[in-house]
Structures are given as C-alpha cells and as structure tokens.
Ligand binder design. Structure first.
Ligand code: KIV
Length: 256
C-alpha cells in the first residue's frame, strides 16, 4: 500500500490544513502544504453549528468532492464524522464513499484499533486522532495532564500504529507528552495545541486566516495570521458605497 507521508517523519515539519471548498484547495495546493483535511470542523466554521456532532457522511463527501477538484497532487484526507465508523464493516463502507468522493485517505477520532486495522486491510490509508476528541468531548480542555491519562495515550498511540495508521493527530495535549509520544511512535505526529515537538502541525484554515467563529474564549493554540474577516468587510463596504453613490458600475464595467 502507498503510505501517505512515507519517509517524512523527522525529515521536515509536515503541514496539514483544513479545506472545505475548491477555491481554498487551489490556493493551498500551490503552497508547500503536505495534506488537506476535509475536517468535520466544517460543522462549526462552515455550517454554523456549535459542535462537530451534526456533521454527516453526505456533508463530508460533498466537501471532499469540491476540495479534491482543487487539490491537484496534494492528498486529501476526509474526516469520518461521528456515527460513521461504529464497527469495522460500517467504517469500511463509509471510508470507501470518502475515497470515491476523491479522498486519498481518512481520519477518525479515538482509540479504535479494530477500525484502523479493517481500513488498512482494505488499503485505505488511515490517520488517527487522539487527545481532545471534539466529536465526543463535553467541553474543550487539555487532555493527558494526569499520569494515567498520559500513559493511556501513549499506549493508544502505539496500538493505532500497530493497526496501521500512517499518522496521528494529537489535539490539545501537553507539549512534553507530545514530545514523548512523537519519539515513541514510528509514524508522524501532527499536533494542534500539542506544542512544537510534533512532526507536523495542523490548523483550521478559517482560524489561521482570521475568520471569526464568534467565540468568547478561543483556545490558546489558535494563531491568527491574517485578518480576512475585516478584509472582506472592507471590500463589501466599498461595493455598497460605490453602488449607493452610482460609481459602480462605471463605464469600464458596463456593456454598450
Ligand atoms: O475537524 C478538524 O478540522 C480536525 C482538525 C482540527 C485536526 O479534526
């Protein structure tokens, strides 16, 4: 089986970003992005829900199709939504729908080695996701501070690797735990709120660009690299003013 990210661990920092549409995928594929993730975060940033719990297989397949049209050669990973991987047979048939929609692999949340093994047995590249699991978490918090939790996460990471995952996302875990796990596992660790020692980093593209989620307390790890929300507001205000003052459409934008 082609292993996505083969040989990249410890060679370079792996960059994964979410994408939900064709135009964003086109921009990201032109940069040195290693993976595009059609994250179920789309339930929050695209659909406006307060959690990812409402996202369906149809949603993920719809967005995966759009993203893969713009992704070029960059592998697209489809996030399996809650309820889509309850047993190996269901997981395999839903993962195949993601592949048919254009994904190169899938990701699922939690410690389910039997699901990872069933998917890899079908040659479907699979990424794990440990730490904070937004599909089932009651609230947003750092996971793995207590020794017991940390030990469990190390053994879960190793278990998922034995089951064949090609990478694991670690969300909201202490930096030192991420460092220990990264050294212990044979596949790349990709962090979000997991500090600098992971083999790669992932962010939700809307957060990176500065599109406001309307949250009162955004998590500490989120870094905003642009202010696209205000750029959009300024552009639309200019349009409104020009229309109002009959400066748009001018002669250069009119057929005669
Ligand atoms: O849904 C998502 O965008 C994710 C990333 C935050 C890893 O799972």
């Amino acid at each position: 089986m082609t292993k996505l990210l083969d040989g990249l661990k410890s060679k370079k920092k792996i960059i994964m970003l979410t994408a939900y549409d064709f135009q964003m995928a086109r921009i990201l594929q032109s940069l040195s992005v290693d993976l595009l993730l059609v994250g179920d975060s789309l339930g929050v940033v695209f659909q406006g829900h307060t959690s990812t719990k409402h996202v369906t297989m149809d949603d993920i397949c719809y967005h995966t199709t759009a993203v893969s049209r713009g992704a070029g050669i960059v592998p697209v990973i489809a996030d399996m939504p809650i309820g889509s991987f309850g047993d190996p047979k269901t997981a395999v048939s839903n993962a195949k729908l993601c592949i048919d929609a254009g994904a190169s692999g899938v990701k699922f949340e939690g410690y389910f080695p039997e699901i990872a093994a069933a998917l890899t047995a079908e040659n479907i590249p699979v990424m794990g996701h440990l730490g904070l699991l937004p599909q089932t978490a009651e609230k947003y918090h750092v996971v793995g501070k207590a020794a017991e939790e940390a030990d469990a996460m190390i053994s879960h990471a190793l278990g998922l690797c034995d089951a064949g995952v090609f990478a694991i996302v670690f969300e909201c875990i202490p930096e030192n735990l991420a460092k220990t796990i990264t050294a212990a596992i044979p596949v790349p660790s990709i962090g979000i709120g997991a500090g600098k020692y992971c083999d790669g980093q992932v962010l939700v593209i809307n957060d990176l660009l500065g599109l406001d989620r309307g949250e009162s307390h955004p998590p500490k790890f989120r870094k905003q690299y642009a202010d696209i929300g205000n750029t959009i507001a300024n552009a639309v205000n200019m349009f409104i003013t020009e229309v109002d003052e009959e400066r748009y459409p001018d002669d250069g934008h009119t057929y005669h």
